[in-house]
Design a protein around this ligand. Structure first.
Ligand code: GLU
Length: 364
């Protein structure tokens, strides 16, 4: 296990107070830095922008309107990031801000852009810090809460594990604040309707997500083949201990194999065009684990945009794979048969060496 999405809720970052708690944030940054140092790839999904905005403005009475919240996010997001930058500076780690909306993750081209940017940051050993782009997110394009956002991000980056830290030790059989007999559920093999009912009662007052959105997130992750752990952010060294395999909090298992889930998605998707490749490229692709480069492409069929799902055909017309195209058809017509190093010269830009990247390619 290498790639981990860590979701930090407002209640974790504030320790339940009205302000971001620097000491708590330092503890978390320290753990993230240690894991980073050990070779793990960490992506943080962090709330706290509105809270930071509110304290920055000295708790104005703005009501609960959407523009007021958006304004608070606009003020607070830069403060939130500055704190992270300062903290990661201590460990000589660079952090980067990524602001997303649901649209960015469901629209193909933007999905590819988000994925490519996140991948590039991770490759460069930079820690991406993701939040919802609250200032422009209207109702239709909002994810709405960072629990769900963290699961979508985990799926985009193909994470091995999603850790959701909150102000409770995990999911309980009943509301622990009302029923002292409520027990922590350690392991959930499948997210069920009963589980959503159980989660209905719990929830903190600060921050958007109660337990329901955490279960929703776990369900999305599980369906994408990713395990989720919901645990308390107050537990000492919680991130390090979870990664080391200690049984804390509630674990929600992945419903299926990760590569299988991505593959199924690509293979069942309607294709918008096709690429005929030469025998050499076909052979390399069929061996598995390779990307399709422009040099191996003989013919481009159909008109499509970057992000389209394409079929790959051998010279004798056999369909061997589906993949997401990094380039639109018009540009492929110009770079097909050429070396990847020539892409920039020919097109004036490049989305990378591969036309179909191996991460976005499934063999039939
Ligand atoms: N994006 C919001 C913020 O940073 C938080 C949303 C959430 O906590 O679910 O203030």
């Amino acid at each position: 296990m290498r790639r981990i999405v860590l979701k930090l809720g407002t209640s974790v970052l504030t320790k339940g107070s009205p302000n971001l708690n620097r000491q708590r944030m330092l503890e978390l940054a320290q753990q993230v830095a240690a894991l980073h140092e050990a070779g793990y790839e960490i992506i943080i999904v962090s709330s706290g922008a509105q809270t930071a905005g509110r304290s920055q403005l000295n708790f104005p009475d703005l009501g609960k309107s959407v523009p007021a919240k958006q304004m608070l996010s606009a003020v607070g997001q830069s403060h939130l990031m500055r704190i992270y930058q300062d903290l990661f500076d201590i460990f000589e780690i660079t952090a980067a801000q990524i602001l997303l909306t649901r649209d960015d993750l469901s629209h193909r081209v933007r999905y590819l852009n988000a994925r490519d940017t996140l991948d590039t940051l991770i490759e460069q050993r930079i820690i991406p810090i993701v939040n919802e782009n609250d200032t422009i997110a209207t109702e239709e394009i909002r994810v709405g809460d960072n629990d769900n956002l963290s699961a979508l991000v985990a799926s985009v980056v193909d994470a091995d594990l999603l850790i959701i830290l909150t102000d409770q030790p995990g999911v309980f059989t009943d509301d622990p604040r009302k029923n002292p007999g409520a027990a922590l559920i350690q392991n959930i093999s499948q997210v069920s309707d009963e589980l959503f009912e159980l989660a209905g009662g719990a929830g903190s007052t600060i921050g958007t997500g109660g337990m329901v959105t955490k279960i929703q997130a776990a369900q999305i992750a599980s369906r994408s083949g990713i395990e989720t752990i919901i645990a308390s952010g107050s537990e000492e060294d919680v991130v390090k201990r979870l990664v080391a395999g200690e049984r804390l909090g509630t674990r929600i298992q992945a419903a299926k194999d990760r590569s299988e889930s991505r593959k199924r998605w690509l293979l069942t998707d309607r294709t918008q065009g096709a690429l005929v490749v030469d025998a050499g490229a076909a052979k390399v692709l069929l061996r598995g684990g390779a990307s399709l480069l422009p040099v191996g492409i003989r013919e481009v069929r159909g008109e499509f945009e970057r992000g389209a799902t394409l079929a790959v055909h051998t010279p004798d017309g056999r369909e061997i794979a589906h993949g997401l195209s990094n380039y639109r058809s018009e540009d492929l017509g110009r770079i097909r048969g050429r070396k990847s190093s020539e892409i920039v010269d020919i097109l004036g830009y490049s989305y990378g060496d591969a036309v179909l990247h191996r991460n976005n390619l499934a063999l039939l």
